[in-house]
Design a protein around this ligand. Structure first.
Ligand SMILES: NC(=O)c1ccc[n+]([C@@H]2O[C@H](COP(=O)([O-])OP(=O)(O)OC[C@H]3O[C@@H](n4cnc5c(N)ncnc54)[C@H](O)[C@@H]3O)[C@@H](O)[C@H]2O)c1
Length: 316
């Protein structure tokens, strides 16, 4: 099988590639990444270029390049995107250029090249927010209601993919995962920022009252879910992939406890404008259909993540 993985120098993409090359050594894989500020070839350290694995610097919106690269590709996994909500609030244009317009080119060439499956990596944020109290959760039938420019761009990419599915039989499958954490995440996101600041003795910024709830999934668990979907996923379907729900302040406190540091470093800062209160996921579909389960509790996953950032900072 031949895979095109886009955005594979970023956080989830690089973890996916490392896992896939180890567990499916018979496959060929091309990694296409534009190397934005969030893409880092260091994330792929130790993965050697070979007949089986090629890295290519380039944009998913580059039609000519895709025409060449996509010869005989069976599966596309599209991780390429701008991903940070705060940046989307500053300037949303780059989000729409990459997440929607460039993605539309990748979609069209994938249709032309007759790929067998196209996995569009979406997010739980497209569903908007849940009430802060109560037990309701999003699932695959939840209504789209994105409420920040990042999630609006991701929702637009999903709608476009489904329109191509209806018009041309585009073999789309969409994943909605919760917040990933683990090795190789750019430290602007909450968990790596909290860990790296704590290790450096710096304040840990917590938005508003810190009571926003997120669903947290260790990246390897998400990668194994994507593997199940590549192998067993049904065209035209969507799958929610999640771990544990926790408040941001609980996450910060668990990291500080693990590091044996007190709470003094926690610094409450002005809330993000329009900050979604709560995301929570019901993942029964992928559990029941494919027997997928998260392997790591948040406690275990965060301990592994802390170790990774500790060793990384030692190397630097
Ligand atoms: N990180 C999370 O918690 C999370 C949760 C749910 C969904 N997602 C989705 O998963 C995907 C990957 O997220 P991530 O956290 O690994 O992101 P990331 O920001 O770490 O990496 C994104 C990668 O995409 C590349 N890229 C951006 N635009 C490109 C383009 N036009 N052409 C080629 N490459 C391009 C960047 O260079 C970078 O390497 C995204 O689509 C994101 O929306 C992420």
């Amino acid at each position: 099988m031949k895979l095109l993985v886009t955005g594979g120098a970023g956080f989830i993409g690089s973890n996916f590639i490392r896992y896939w090359l180890n567990t499916h050594p018979e496959d060929r894989l091309i990694n296409l990444d534009v190397l934005s500020y969030a893409g880092n070839v260091e994330n792929l350290r130790g993965i050697k270029e070979s007949k089986k694995y090629t890295f290519m610097k380039g944009n998913i919106g580059n039609r000519k390049l895709l025409e060449k690269v996509m010869k005989d590709v069976d599966i596309v996994v599209n991780f390429a995107a701008e991903t940070h909500v705060d940046r989307s609030l500053e300037d949303s244009s780059v989000f729409f250029n990459n997440n929607v317009i460039a993605a539309s080119v990748l979609y069209k060439i994938s249709i032309k090249k007759r790929v067998k499956k196209f996995i569009q990596i979406s997010t739980d944020e497209v569903f908007g927010e849940l009430p802060g109290d109560g037990n309701s959760k999003f699932d695959e039938n939840s209504r789209y209601n994105p409420q920040n420019p990042y999630s609006v761009s991701k929702a637009a990419a999903d709608f476009l993919a489904f329109s191509y599915h209806k018009a041309y039989g585009f073999p789309i499958i969409i994943t909605h995962s919760g917040n990933n954490y683990g090795p190789c995440q750019y430290p602007e996101k909450f968990i790596p920022l909290t860990i790296t600041n704590a290790l450096a003795g710096k304040n840990i910024p917590v938005y508003g009252n810190g009571k926003q709830v997120r669903n947290w999934i260790y990246v390897e668990d998400n990668v194994r879910a994507i593997e199940k979907i590549i192998i067993h996923g049904k065209i035209g379907e969507r799958y929610c992939i999640g771990g544990e729900e926790l408040k941001n302040i609980e996450v910060a406190e668990m990291i500080l406890d693990r590091l044996g540091l007190g709470r003094k470093l926690i610094a409450y800062v002005r809330d993000r404008p329009g900050h979604d209160r709560k995301y929570a996921l019901n993942c029964s579909k992928i559990k029941n259909e494919f027997g997928w389960r998260a392997k790591y509790s948040f406690k275990e996953g965060v301990a592994k993540t802390i170790e990774w950032y500790k060793n990384k900072s030692l190397k630097i």
